[in-house]
Ligand binder design. Sequence first.
Ligand SMILES: [Zn+2]
Length: 187
Amino acid sequence: MTGEEWQAISTYDRDYDDKLVFVLRNGTTYCRPSCHQKPRKPERILVFSTARAAQEAGFVPCRFCRPDQKEWKGAKADLTEQARKYLEAHYHEKFSLKVLSDTLHVDGSYLLRTFRAQTGHTLLWYHQHLRCREAKLYLSEPERSVAEIGAAVGFSTPALFSRVFKQMEGVTPSAFREKTIGEKFTI
Ligand SMILES: [Zn+2]
């Protein structure tokens, strides 16, 4: 391993993601430099200039940084995408950093920091945003009560729904409903 290679690997440098891959000596998988999965020590690292070379030496691609795939935005972007997808499928459930970070096999505080740096928002903000986004769809139709809608999108009490919705949208659910339904009828 050259000094330049170590520099790239030790700093998780994304610019080198398409220039080299590495393996830890006792490991079976190879990673891109920016992969967040592995702690690094220079004496234990093997470097390959291509994924193919690592593959031919008997190593398998890491399932997080997917060094065998060409389209690659970096491990942090990928992790953010995975967190986003998970929340989109689970926003009705109570937010749990532990469950999310366990599911994605990463450290919780690393996940928080990465998501925030990549999107400008916290994970909790995104979770609430998804709930409110769905609530707004229901609120623009008169069939269901505000309390029912709050429960349907995952809030445990109407008061919590109202408070979070106001924080996120600037108005209460009832005020939002009045405004959108009012607009519909005037059009
Ligand atoms: Zn990896």
